[in-house]
Design a protein around this ligand. Structure first.
Ligand code: AP5
Ligand code: MG
Length: 216
């Protein structure tokens, strides 16, 4: 069983590596960021609340986020294992998660931190673009579509840049997340769950290191 947290600053490659983990291990992919963007698009109450934080690059309040994750972890697809991508982001959330997973009998088995320096993150985020049809992620500098203007995964032609990838917002996002990152890593280091990986390698090399954690 793999019940995993992927830690990493914005742009570290959590989503990119999650896609590969889902393909190989059929885990439920729980990205709080994706869930909020979906809620924002549908203009649900959670979406409307989250928008005021996300558009500025700030964190959505812990209680709102934890509730979303608690509901998601009760769905049956998580019984085969799950990836938490972007949650927890504060030690308060980490403590909340501990209670939730205990209650549901879905305790964590691994925590992987993908480590990347700030300069590289800024570069990646400003070059990221997304397929509007299927949500696949690309990068003008590092991972363009194979055929220009056509999504590799779904063949769609409509792409967009995330609101919070605009340069003014990226700086604040990075600052906000950096403050929380070290204590969070400490939290899981002390529990003996943490593996840190050099995220400044190519996506294939990062994947090799991620996969090594599970083939041990
Ligand atoms: P969220 O959507 O989770 O954003 P994030 O953490 O800022 O992370 P990203 O999705 O930007 O980056 P990623 O690590 O997935 O990188 P990716 O694989 O795309 O959250 C958004 C917002 O929601 C938050 O700011 C917050 O407001 C709110 N929120 C979410 N969770 C919350 C929580 N728990 N509590 C409170 N608020 C919360 O890769 C980035 C780019 O780099 C891509 O273009 C990719 O192609 C490229 N790339 C990936 N790997 C490599 C590589 N090895 N080399 C070169 N390029 C690479
Ligand atoms: Mg992501």
């Amino acid at each position: 069983m793999i019940n995993l947290i992927l830690l990493g600053l914005p742009g570290a490659g959590k989503g990119t590596q999650s896609e590969r983990l889902v393909d190989k291990y059929h885990l439920a992919h729980i990205s709080t960021g994706d869930m909020f963007r979906e809620a924002m698009a549908k203009k649900t109450p959670v979406g409307l609340e989250a928008k005021s934080y996300i558009d500025k690059g700030n964190l959505v309040p812990d209680e709102v986020t934890a509730k979303l994750v608690e509901e998601r972890l009760q769905k049956p697809d998580t019984e085969q294992g799950y990836i938490l991508d972007g949650f927890p982001r504060t030690t308060v959330q980490a403590e909340m998660l501990e209670k939730i997973t205990k209650k549901l009998g879905k305790e964590l088995t691994n925590v992987i931190s993908i480590d990347v320096q700030e300069d590289e993150l800024v570069k990646r985020l400003s070059a990221r673009y997304m397929c509007r049809t299927c949500g696949a992620t690309y990068n003008k500098l590092f991972k363009p579509t194979k055929v220009e203007g056509t999504c590799d995964r779904c063949g769609g032609h409509d792409f967009y840049q995330r609101e919070d990838d605009k340069p003014e917002v990226v700086r604040n996002r990075l600052q906000v997340n950096e403050k929380m990152n070290a204590p969070l890593k400490d939290f899981y280091q002390k529990k003996g769950l943490l593996t840190s990986i050099d995220g400044e390698q190519t996506p294939d090399e990062v994947w090799a290191d991620v996969d090594k954690v599970f083939s041990k």
